[in-house]
Unconditional design. Structure first.
Length: 339
């Protein structure tokens, strides 16, 4: 199924785009229902099973343990990178950090290879379609660069270790794959990209105007900070984003400009917060609507098969819905059917 937002091809049973996170199937499409995935006619192969485990399928109990294992390894690695930057700790435990990095890279490499191999079973028409979608996806790139620092240091030992340390810390981005709230936030920001673009344009205008006024008000009194408009732009950006530009104005005109710029920063923060909050709430609402539509379809014939029950469990795990939320939706759906 093709996403209407980014035109990315997704699996036919996908409810959200794997690239941008937009809802593919909602209660307003396909006769107000989200088609459920029928039960497979035969047992899945090893490749399909590995794909379901790594992708967090609710039908695979091992998937939850795999998620926890990857999360623990990532957290241990990031903690080791931070501690390794302390000279005293590095001098005393450098051999331990080296061994931990080696086995961690082996673990992440194995995970990456298994994902590339198993995702060939995602689409029946083309194995490389699923693999290509993962390799060039944001999560695939994060997984790739999680192992690159080690191999770069092996083949290019003269590289600056500080750069490699920063690249190793990118492994913490792997946790976003298992955090639906963070994915919802990214999807919400992407869905409201036009509103963010408008707000960014207003921010650009406010920054330039504030910097220009501050240059004319303080340029002669503090030429080292406001002697040119580009110098004043730095002050304006810091003041708008944090409320204080770390440079005290010495003229009355500069004080007035600083007050207005600080107030403008509060207004811009309120606008950005409102956009994010609204988009985030809409994203959660779309997920619940999709689950409710699927639930109504399952209950329409009065019989819940094992395949339909597995589908509901998979969607509940995918949407991170609590049992209480699901029970409320079930009560509402049954009440409407009785009417």
């Amino acid at each position: 199924m093709k996403c209407t937002q980014c035109q990315t091809d997704n699996a036919s049973d996908s409810l959200f785009c794997g690239e941008c996170g937009s809802v593919l199937q909602t209660g307003s499409s396909h006769s107000n229902t989200v088609p459920h995935v029928p039960a497979p006619s035969r047992s899945p192969g090893l490749r399909h099973t590995v794909m379901e485990i790594l992708e967090g399928s609710a039908s695979q109990p091992l998937s939850r343990y795999v998620e926890w294992l990857i999360t623990v390894v990532v957290l241990v690695n990031c903690s080791a990178v931070i501690l390794d930057s302390v000279p005293e700790i590095h001098a005393e435990h450098k051999d331990f950090f080296h061994e931990l990095e080696f086995w961690s890279v082996m673990f992440f490499t194995l995970e990456y290879v298994l994902r590339v191999w198993s995702l060939g079973a995602k689409f029946s028409d083309s194995a490389w379609r699923g693999r290509r979608g993962y390799i060039f996806s944001p999560f695939g790139l994060v997984d790739f660069f999680a192992t690159m620092p080690y191999y770069m240091h092996v083949f290019f030992p003269t590289l600056d270790l500080r750069i490699l340390r920063v690249l190793r810390l990118l492994r913490i981005l792997k946790l976003s794959k298992y955090n639906s709230a963070l994915q919802d936030l990214f999807s919400a920001v992407y869905s409201e990209r036009r509103a963010f673009g408008s707000a960014a344009f207003l921010l650009l205008i406010a920054t330039i105007v504030s910097a220009s006024l501050m240059h004319f008000a303080e340029g002669h009194a503090q030429p080292e900070h406001f002697g040119t408009i580009p110098h004043a732009i730095y002050w304006a950006i810091v003041t708008i984003t944090s409320g204080y530009g770390n440079i005290e104005p010495v003229t009355k005109g500069g004080e007035v400009v600083a007050l207005l710029t600080g107030f403008l920063g509060v207004c811009m923060a309120a606008i950005m917060t409102g956009i994010v909050a609204s988009a985030f709430a809409n994203q959660l609402s779309r997920k619940k609507s999709a689950y409710q539509a699927q639930l109504r379809q399952v209950l329409a014939d009065g019989v819940v098969s094992d395949a339909e029950r597995d589908t509901l469990k998979r969607l509940q795990a995918q949407f991170r819905l609590s049992d209480k939320e699901v029970q409320n939706m079930l009560d509402q759906a049954q009440g409407k059917l009785k009417k």
